[in-house]
Design a protein around this ligand. Structure first.
Ligand SMILES: [Zn+2]
Length: 263
């Protein structure tokens, strides 16, 4: 059933491409635009892509199924308007006034954000620290990055959080002391301690990286700041997502930061 819906959606996209072609004298070019329903993740519902002279519009299949009306009425004209402007930049660029005019002419509203919920939101990466008094604290990724650069924070009533207190991205088993102390003087404990199971995370590395970066953007970090701190963020992603090399984590971080700021 959802397959039929997706096929119907393709027809709606084609209709809008045809309309745009007629309106802006781009009939031939619009015929060649590829329609791809292959966006993953949870943020991006649509995307207009240009590679040389190959144009495509991409959409998130889960958003189509869950938010049909908004996708058809707003997201299609939004992306097709980008394609029109990519083909003829004198009409508009990015989300400027010219693009808005094209978007409205195609029947869309010209807002650039949506409040649709779809896809799988990756969980926030945890950053666990042991404070100077031995408490366990989970810092957010921003403060984690700052602490790794040398900042320190006061943990409410529990000493300070410092760089060397970082213990990892999964919560250490709180019932096990950090150091085994004088085990021989104690009778061995019979208690079976449940092992903390590693969190299962959904989504590809890139998606999870984007979730991480998105948290930073939502907290007000600029592209410049993010790229300046790329070394720290790369180390973080390297540890959290098991990249093969630090370099791979760094390229992933840079590529996805650029991607998130490209729209
Ligand atoms: Zn846009």
């Amino acid at each position: 059933m959802s397959q039929a819906k997706l096929e119907q959606f393709r027809k709606e996209v084609r209709k809008c491409l045809t309309k745009a072609g007629e309106k802006y004298g781009l009939e031939k070019q619009m015929e060649l635009v590829k329609i791809r329903l292959d966006i993953k993740g949870y943020r991006c519902a649509g995307q207009a892509v240009r590679k040389g002279f190959q144009f495509s519009v991409r959409f998130h299949p889960d958003a189509i199924i869950k938010h049909w009306d908004e996708m058809v009425n707003d997201t299609i004209p939004h992306e097709v308007a980008h394609t029109v402007c990519q083909m003829n930049p004198t009409l508009g660029r990015n989300h400027d006034a010219g693009w808005k005019r094209v978007c409205r002419a195609l029947g869309g509203d010209d807002s650039r954000t949506h409040d649709m919920v779809f896809g799988d939101k990756p969980e926030r990466t945890e950053c666990w620290y042991r404070t100077t008094t031995g408490e366990l604290v989970d810092l957010g990724p921003i403060r984690h990055a700052k602490v790794q650069k040398g900042a320190s924070y006061r943990a409410r009533g529990a000493g300070r959080i410092q760089k060397d207190g970082f213990v990892g991205h999964t919560k250490p088993d709180a019932s096990q002391p950090e150091q085994e102390m004088a085990a021989s003087t104690k009778a061995p404990e019979q208690k079976t301690v449940p092992k903390s199971t590693p969190k299962t995370k959904s989504g590809s590395k890139a998606e999870q990286a984007r979730g991480y970066i998105q948290n930073l953007i939502e907290a007000g970090q600029s592209k410049e700041q993010l790229l300046t701190d790329k070394g720290i963020h790369a180390k973080h992603l390297y540890a959290a997502l098991e990249f093969g090399t630090l370099g791979a984590a760094r390229s992933c971080f840079v590529a996805n930061t650029n991607k998130l700021f490209a729209k």
